[in-house]
Design a protein around this ligand. Structure first.
Ligand code: ADP
Ligand code: MG
Ligand code: ZN
Length: 485
């Protein structure tokens, strides 16, 4: 059946969005694909339609139960046969899904990446080969970046046994470096790259150099204007989020990971219904929030990467109406990030000292720590990092052991160094973006490596249209002294 007919009949959509058709064609024809499009652009369709067109069962690997359930529900509602295997389901349900898979009655099987570590599971999959393999949120495979999932890293080892199905890797956030990493790790064969859709026509992006003490006043002034609300403000710490929220008053609230779930849920709900007009959040806010009419996104400090920045400003103007984003920064932000970097990446010598004591059996951390004569904080950070990197496992009782590839090798150490350097380069790129004199939108598109765009000036960022910038109406002078603050 023709792809367009499938689009109408199965999904009920009138037409393909930009680029979807080309991606669907490549995957349907059996080619490997790396697809990089922003959140909300419609990536799921780009594996789902080819899966149906090719027949058989598509294997979908997804890192979050919520994402899996969301897609499974939608596909089931569209009349498709879907199975799921994740830790939130009973053993019986999982077993049933395996049986259905082997019987060939499923069109989609969703699994979590850690499932591949369950003995005999990869062999079970290989017994009846999938017709297509989709790897959602594929950036999780790259040790570079925030969402790194050790379980994703081994996926590349299992894929050859499941071939010749085409593999389609999807992500919203991958720089050219991470794109190359995904291709190498998954061993994609001559993949077609689709990197598209990063231009947002209705966003006026503005960057303002401003000393730290003046940023709250700037933000308050900006958000006083009715037309600039609803707004999301991103603050660099819980404390600064609380402070700004309370200084903004009644229709503003803070949102961060330190609040209890009930409060977080209430803030989200009130923001969605309009009872709250401003949310001052740390990066914990926004996942799964679909509020279409956000008029302004403010950053009161420099984000740690252009990818993160792009994701966050992307929450403005989902309804297509003109919206603005304002980034406040100064020289001092750089120092803040250097501090974060040191905090997030314990010294490799501490890691290797701890790793050297880990064995294949679980041990009590306190005993290890005493043998090392290490202070508790250093030790805990080192253990936490080893676990996050997939080099150690922890059990329910808090005991730790070495995972398969403990950091004894030079390659592991190099990988760790590479990560730190990558983080540092992300900060550099963010600083460069803030300080560069060119169209902001064009700079962002260029950053993601979309070569098809043409990079036309957007016409409404602070470079293209300085006369429209909010900083024109409120710009406390920034002196050389301020920059040090
Ligand atoms: P992404 O994974 O890129 O963040 P999704 O695949 O979840 O985005 O799609 C976002 C929304 O767009 C979904 O509600 C989906 O149904 C819708 N969508 C996708 N393609 C089309 C299309 N061609 N026409 C209309 N709606 C679409
Ligand atoms: Mg998606
Ligand atoms: Zn511009």
């Amino acid at each position: 059946m023709n792809l367009e007919t499938l689009l109408h009949q199965t999904f009920g959509f009138a037409e393909f969005r930009a680029n979807q058709e080309a991606v669907c064609r490549a995957a349907t024809d059996g080619r490997d694909v790396l697809l990089v499009m922003p959140t909300g652009a419609g990536k799921s369709l780009c594996y789902q339609l080819p899966a149906i067109a090719r027949g058989g069962t598509a294997l979908v690997i997804s890192p979050l139960i919520a994402l899996m359930d969301d897609q499974a529900t939608k596909l089931t509602a569209a009349g498709l046969r879907v199975g799921r295997i994740h830790s939130g389901l009973s053993r019986d349900e999982a077993r049933q899904a395996c049986r259905d898979y082997l019987d060939g009655t499923l069109q989609f099987l969703f699994i979590a990446p850690e499932r591949m570590r369950v003995p005999n599971f990869p062999e079970m999959l290989a017994r009846r080969k999938p017709s297509l393999i989709a790897i959602d949120e594929a950036h999780c495979i790259s040790a570079w970046g925030h969402d790194f999932r050790p379980d994703y890293r081994t996926l590349g080892d299992f894929l050859p046994a499941l071939r010749p199905a085409p593999v389609i890797a999807l992500t919203a956030t991958a720089t050219p470096t991470v794109q190359r990493d995904i291709i190498t790790q998954l061993k994609l064969t001559q993949p077609e790259l689709f990197i598209h859709g990063f231009r947002r026509h209705n966003l006026a992006i503005e960057v303002v150099e401003l000393s730290k003490p003046r940023r709250n006043e700037f933000t308050a002034n900006l958000l006083k204007e009715k037309s600039n609300r609803p707004a999301i403000v991103y603050a660099p710490s819980r404390k600064s989020a609380e402070e700004l929220a309370s200084s903004l008053g009644g229709s503003a609230a803070a949102y961060h990971a330190g609040l209890d779930p009930a409060t977080r849920e209430r803030v989200q709900r009130h923001f969605l219904t309009g009872r709250l007009e401003v949310v001052v959040a740390t990066i914990a806010f926004g996942m799964g929030i679909d509020k279409a009419d956000v008029r302004t996104v403010v950053h009161t400090a420099l984000p740690g990467s252009v990818e993160q920045y792009y994701q966050e400003i992307g929450r403005a103007g989902r309804d297509g109406q003109p919206s603005r984003t304002v980034l406040l920064h100064s020289f001092a932000d750089r120092k803040m990030h250097d501090f974060f970097l040191e905090r997030d990446y314990p010294a490799i010598t501490d890691l290797t000292r701890v790793a050297a004591l880990l064995s294949d059996d679980y041990q009590m951390p306190d005993l290890l720590r005493q043998r090392l004569k290490m202070d508790a904080e250093t030790f805990d950070k080192a253990v936490e990092k080893l676990i996050a990197q997939g080099a150690a496992n922890i059990d329910m009782a808090g005991n730790v052991r070495a995972a398969e590839d403990a950091p004894r090798s030079a390659a592991w150490r190099k990988g760790y160094d590479d990560q730190i350097n990558f983080r540092r380069s992300q900060i550099d790129r963010m600083v460069q973006f803030a300080e560069s004199a060119q169209c902001r939108m064009a700079a962002l598109i260029q950053h993601f490596g979309d070569t098809a765009d043409g990079l036309r000036p957007c016409g409404h960022c602070d470079f293209c249209a300085p006369q429209n910038a909010t900083a024109q109406t409120f710009r406390p002078p920034t002196t050389e002294e301020d920059r040090q603050l």
